[in-house]
Design a protein around this ligand. Structure first.
Ligand SMILES: Nc1ncnc2c1ncn2[C@@H]1O[C@H](COP(=O)(O)OP(=O)(O)O)[C@@H](O)[C@H]1O
Ligand SMILES: [Mg+2]
Length: 208
């Protein structure tokens, strides 16, 4: 049984039931406006990157779906299905204290990645799944990178800032404060250079 779960900007997510267990098949579709060779190359490298970074991130302590197989020719990844709701969809319905606590944990997870010199690359609330026990899972690692510099980590935080202000306009400030608090909570003083880089990047953006 194959059921379409979501259609993102670059992929289609199917839920598959096999051997009595639910799995997710992520398929990167063709982009009609790109040259065929370039498109195929891009889908191949993002699929490979995602597969690798999902696993590396888990070893850093960040909950991610386990990967079972990857097919680079067909641009698919078979992984665990995470039962839950996109944080993006949930955020507006939560009590203030629950929202703050989830954002705090989101910030801690991003900090765990950064502590391991990994950046997520697309750290939006639609790439966070909240399960029934209120645990957070991070997905969508196709733009993730290793050996990250302060600049790359600053960009990651800047992307969080920007995503919050475009999707959660009425609660964005509380969400950002709590997320950054969680981030600093985990990293302590070592968060400082990345936070100032985030502000610098934001300032740069204002004048361009
Ligand atoms: N392993 C998974 N288990 C459950 N839901 C998932 C899983 N992976 C992705 N999803 C859902 O599908 C959506 C799109 O997946 P994502 O990997 O973010 O693709 P895209 O790159 O197209 O944004 C996610 O926001 C999430 O809601
Ligand atoms: Mg996504």
């Amino acid at each position: 049984m194959k059921q379409m779960l979501a259609r993102g900007a670059e992929s289609v997510i199917y839920k598959i039931d096999q051997w009595g267990f639910p799995f997710v098949l992520k398929w990167r579709q063709e982009k009609p406006y790109l040259l065929k060779d370039i498109d195929s190359q891009l889908r191949r490298s993002r699929t490979s990157r995602e597969c690798k970074m999902l696993t590396i991130s888990r070893t850093l302590g960040v909950p991610t779906p386990a990967v079972y197989s990857v097919d680079l020719d067909n641009h698919t990844i078979l992984m665990d299905f995470i039962a839950g709701t996109q944080f993006k969809q949930l955020a507006g319905q939560l009590s203030q204290s629950t929202l703050i606590s989830l954002c705090h944990r989101f910030g801690r997870l991003i900090a765990l990645l950064h502590a391991g010199d990994v950046v997520h690359g697309d750290p939006t609330t639609s790439n966070v799944i909240v399960d029934e026990k209120s645990r957070l899972w991070i997905v969508d690692f196709g733009l993730s990178e290793m050996n990250a510099t302060i600049e790359m980590k600053g960009v990651d935080l800047h992307l969080i800032h920007r995503a919050l202000e475009t999707t959660h306009w009425d609660i964005q400030e509380d969400m950002l404060d709590a997320t950054l608090e969680g981030y600093v909570d985990l990293l302590g003083n070592t968060a400082e250079p990345t936070l100032s880089r985030m502000n610098e990047i934001r300032e740069r953006g204002r004048y361009h």
